[in-house]
Write a protein that binds this ligand. Structure first.
Ligand code: PMP
Length: 396
């Protein structure tokens, strides 16, 4: 069969291939990007579902508006306001089928074949694949512990005049990095100066372990004149409540939002009204603050355990910054004392020892650092984390 040429440059994800190995009995997995299903607030969601079917069954089970179920848009507007973005009216956001769909809609509305797009190196693998499907030529901007380097970013924007810049400023996947307040403001200034759309993908911003991170660029855009006109923000309930609900949202300048809505109409008509009505009732019931407190505490313990175990068992062989939130450690093999320095080679040996993680290479759109790897601490409890890291030490 002859498939569309747009598929020519897309490979199936290396992560998906790896997942096939995870079925092996006894494997401890640090590989997934999933939240822990043991943490889902099942009672709260059951209650929200019941309420949704009781108070507004017609809407919950009927077709709905492409922009989203209005009571959910109102709840999300308040949710954003509580996080500092207090000027986003319900009409200024659309509900998407996960934030993944928001990324797809951005690709569809913004990217023509050959357009340049700047992403972080490393960045979210599905974004790389999605933007490439639309023919983007991806340019990789370096990231350190404080997020993307804004001096380099400015040089790249000036040189390449990209269609958009895609960033995960808060606890990036896979980098775990946190973009500093100063850099957030600088990115917004760059967006205005170069009239370039900046996409803030923010599924992890609520998962902080100690101090809250700096405000989102969406919240900060109120302080940088003109920047809201060049900013799209993607949010998601996946990592804090449930990815199976498939509820995400996007805030973007009106002309972009209108086009994204049109494309969504031809794609899935609307996000499941049943899921939206459930999410709306969940938020309305006021359960979110307790849920957030719980997941933050559990993930904080696991991140702490993984950091200590890595330092204890792998010592100088590995270099990482302790993440302050999110689900991931991003680490670099140093090659010290003749130990393995290649992430893919290490991943193979680790599987033999009964522990899985993802090597870093697939997360780069260009110029991969082969010594890197991503370890998720989300789904294993503290005892399994310690055992898994001990196995990593053996593999190394
Ligand atoms: N963006 C990033 C950075 C992610 O890590 C993920 C999930 N792994 C998504 C978007 C998509 O999440 P969802 O579609 O479930 O909201």
């Amino acid at each position: 069969m002859k498939f569309a040429t747009r598929l020519n440059n897309i490979e199936t994800s290396a992560i998906r291939e790896l997942f096939k190995l995870l079925g092996k009995p006894g494997i401890i997995s640090f590989a997934g990007g999933f939240p822990d299903s043991a943490m889902f607030d099942v009672d709260g969601i059951r209650e929200a579902t019941n309420t949704a079917l009781t108070v507004d069954p017609g809407a919950a089970l009927q077709y709905g508006a492409t922009e989203g179920y209005q009571p959910l848009r109102e709840q999300l507007s308040s949710f954003m306001a509580a996080k500092g973005a207090n000027d986003v009216a319900p009409e200024q956001l659309i509900v998407t089928t996960g934030s993944q769909q928001a990324l797809d809609l951005l690709g569809k509305t913004m990217i023509s074949p050959g357009d340049k797009v700047i992403v972080e190196g490393p960045t979210f693998l599905a974004t790389i694949q999605c933007f490439r499907l639309y023919g983007a030529e991806l340019i990789s901007a370096p990231v350190d512990a404080h997020g993307v380097n804004t001096d380099t970013l400015e040089q790249l924007i000036a040189e390449h005049k990209p269609k958009l810049v895609y960033l995960i400023p808060t606890f990036g996947n896979p980098s775990g990095a946190l973009l500093s307040l100063e850099r957030r403001k600088r990115v917004l200034e760059l967006a205005v100066k170069y009239q370039t759309l900046v996409v803030e993908d923010d599924p992890y911003g609520d998962l902080f372990f100690g101090e809250a991170p700096p405000p989102s660029m969406l919240a900060l855009s109120a302080q940088v004149p003109g920047s809201r006109d060049w900013l799209a923000h993607c949010g998601s309930l996946s990592k804090v409540l449930s990815p199976g609900l498939r509820v995400g949202w996007m805030i973007a300048p009106p002309e972009l939002l209108a086009r994204a809505t049109m494309c969504k109409q031809f794609s899935d008509a609307h996000t499941s009204t049943f899921a939206q009505a459930t999410a709306a009732q969940y938020l309305k019931a006021g359960r979110m603050p307790a849920t957030l407190a719980h997941v933050r505490q559990v993930y904080a313990e696991r991140a702490q355990a993984m950091g200590s175990a890595l330092r204890q068992h792998l010592g100088e062989a590995i270099d990482f910054v302790q993440p302050q939130g999110g689900l991931f450690f991003w680490a670099r093999l140093t090659g010290a004392k003749g130990k393995i320095a290649d992430g893919a080679e290490f991943a193979k040996r680790a599987i033999e020892q009964g522990v899985a993680f993802v090597p870093g290479v697939p997360f780069y759109a260009a110029n991969p650092d082969r010594s890197t790897l991503r370890l998720s601490f989300a789904t294993a409890d503290v005892a399994r984390i310690e055992e898994g890291v001990a196995r990593l030490a053996k593999a190394l």
